[in-house]
Each structure stands twice: as C-alpha cells, then as structure tokens.
Design a protein around this ligand. Structure first.
Ligand SMILES: CC(C)(COP(=O)(O)OP(=O)(O)OC[C@H]1O[C@@H](n2cnc3c(N)ncnc32)[C@H](O)[C@@H]1OP(=O)(O)O)[C@@H](O)C(=O)NCCC(=O)NCCS
Length: 320
C-alpha cells in the first residue's frame, strides 16, 4: 500500500464513505463543497490537506493534516494536527489506520514537526498505543446574569478589519497558559469561515453564526464569535482587552436582551479557566466530547509534560 495525496477519485471515495458519519446535516454535494471551500481559503490552501493509504484504485484509510503552531511552556512548536482518521468499512480491523498514522507521523518528523495533536472521537486507547497522551480540556455551561435596564455596551457586527485586534487579544490571553495554539489572523479567519460555510451550506435556519465586537476609537476591544443550533448557543471564542472580561459579559447580556420574552438558551463554551466575565456564572463543567491528545515526535528531545485543564487554552473555533 502507498501513501498518496487524497485528491480526485481518491477524495471522491473518502467523501462518499465518510458522509454517513460526518455529514453534519449537509447533503452529499454540500458535504463535498464544504471540504473544497475549506482548502480554497488562504489558510486552508497552505495548511490543510488529506492523505490516503491506497491499494491501487482503492482508498483503504485516510486522514486530514493541519499545519499548526502551539506554544508549550513558553516555546513555539510546530504541530501536526490530525483529523478525520477514517478506514473504509471493508478494510477495518486490519491495522490500516495504525499504519497510515505511523507513516504520516514518520513523514512529519522529516518535515520538522515537533508535536502531533488530534481530537479523538473514539476511546483513546487506540491513540495511546501510538504514544498519544490525553490533555484534559473542559467544556462549561454558563448562565449570564440579566442586565438591569438597557445593555451597557454598544455592539456591532465584526468584520475583516477587526481580525488584527482579535489576534492580539487572543495572543495576550494565551500567554498566561502553558499550552495554546499560536493563532494568526489567517487561522482565526479560517475558523470563522468554516463556521459560516457550515451554516450557509446546511439547511436554511439550522445554524447561525454571530460575530460581534465592541469598539473603542475604531478598534475592537472585545468580541464574541458564537454559533447557534436548535436554540442552543456555543461561544466558539471570545476576548476582551480588559482581563476581567467585563465587556464580553456585557455583550452576552446584550445578545440575550434581544430575546426578551423567551427563556434564555443553553450556552456552552470552551473557555480558559481564568476567563470568566463578572456577569457570567459557570453552571456546569465537564470534559469535552472530543479528547485532545498530543505526542512528541522527536523522541528524547521533547516530552509532553503533564498538563491540567487549567494549563490549557483552546477555543472551540480551532477544533479540527
Ligand atoms: C477508528 C478507525 C479509523 C480504525 O481504523 P482501522 O483501520 O480499523 O484501525 P486498525 O485496524 O489500525 O486498529 C483497530 C483498532 O481501532 C480501535 N477502534 C476502532 N473503532 C473504534 C471505536 N469505535 N472506538 C474505540 N476504538 C476503536 C480498536 O482499538 C481497534 O482494535 P481491535 O480491532 O483490536 O478492537 C475506523 O474504525 C473508522 O474509520 N471508524 C469510523 C471513523 C472514526 O470514528 N474515526 C476516528 C475519529 S477520532
């Protein structure tokens, strides 16, 4: 079996076979367009691809590769993100995914990656056998105290010109954690575009994306990127120049004040542990569904240190 870029007929096989589990409510053609659009974005074109383990014309196993950087204990490391590991049903249980991962990881070492990371949707034992370790990551369900009277901040829709300020706020926030992605403007734009594509390609009204900012002197000083589905909100990412996060809290009050008569929606987020705006209460905290797993690629040079959930800042916008 050989390793090949997953394009053309190989890609068509992967999309067809993986559609039943990862379609997110899209039609088969929208599912294909969703991938195609991602790899045409400026970030996607340079940092995202799929590779496949093929036997002649047949794709046996495949995965997505993301070229990322993370800051771990103060040093920036190149990280290979792995996603959508998939073996076609007829070839399962014969070591294909393991072989594909081993080959991809060996190539990554020669390409200068120091770490590999993935989100496991299955019991982690499979990836532990390949030396990945779980990094604890928490999701929270939050309650926002209603504002008395009219909301205290002026909120507008965010756009491209806000991305430099957002990248800066994001970098400042992650500087205080032991593990966080290095997030360029392009990467943040990619995450936002991906959410919007999923909303736009899906059935009308199923998902909405909201990108809101508060500005001072024409510069964004706080922002929220949220998605909504089935009346539930997920705060994909948020930031505030004020470390206490009071403007994000006020923005969330403003968002909720648009739904006067209804009971408040369920709101969930992956937030850094030290970022809880004063208007917000954590109602529940639990491990994320997808388990973040990491391994060092260069034996002996770097080991992944034990990390607690408080040591990690990871926005759901960057889930891969
Ligand atoms: C998970 C998957 C990629 C494994 O592919 P594969 O080529 O059969 O894997 P290998 O033969 O190398 O290894 C098989 C091992 O995978 C693990 N595994 C497979 N499916 C699993 C599942 N649903 N939950 C937990 N472990 C699983 C088991 O440890 C299995 O070992 P066993 O056969 O001794 O029980 C394949 O089952 C698949 O495509 N599943 C659907 C997509 C998916 O869930 N991908 C994982 C995303 S994180």
């Amino acid at each position: 079996m050989t390793l090949s870029p997953a394009t053309g007929p190989y890609l068509a096989q992967i999309l067809e076979n993986s559609y039943p589990i990862w379609n997110d409510g899209l039609t088969p053609s929208a599912y294909a367009r969703y991938w195609d659009a991602q790899i045409r974005t400026p970030w996607g074109a340079a940092h995202l691809d799929r590779v496949a383990l093929v036997d002649g014309d047949t794709v046996v196993s495949s995965l997505k590769r993301y070229d990322l950087n993370a800051r771990l204990d103060g040093r920036i490391r190149r990280v290979l993100g792995l996603g959508a590991v998939f073996t076609s049903p007829a070839h399962r249980g014969r070591g294909a995914a393991r072989e594909l991962l081993q080959r991809v990881l060996a190539t990554a070492v020669t390409e200068g990656y120091e770490l590999a990371a993935l989100f496991s949707e299955i019991a982690p034992a499979f990836y532990e056998r390949l030396d990945f370790v779980s990094v604890p990551l928490h999701e929270i369900r939050i309650a926002v105290r209603p504002s008395r009277g009219s909301p205290a901040v002026l909120v507008r829709a965010g756009d491209q010109r806000d991305l430099p300020a957002i990248a800066e706020m994001s970098a400042r926030r992650s500087a205080t954690t032991r593990l966080a992605l290095e997030r360029s403007e392009e990467l943040i734009r990619f995450g936002l575009t991906k959410r919007r594509l999923l909303a736009g390609l899906g059935p009308p009204g199923l998902r909405q994306v909201e990108f809101l900012v508060v500005e001072e002197g024409y510069t964004a000083v706080a922002y929220v990127i949220g998605s909504e589905q089935d009346g539930k909100w997920f705060i994909e990412e948020a930031g505030d120049r004020d470390p206490a996060g009071a403007r994000v809290g006020a923005m969330m009050q403003a968002m909720l004040s648009r739904l006067p008569a209804e009971s408040p929606p369920e709101i969930r987020a992956w937030w850094p542990h030290d970022f809880i705006p004063p208007q917000v209460e954590v109602a529940e905290r639990y491990p994320t569904n997808g388990v973040l797993m990491i391994r060092a690629l260069t034996d002996g040079i770097l080991a992944v240190p034990p990390l607690r959930a408080e040591d990690v800042a990871y926005w759901r916008l960057d889930y891969f």
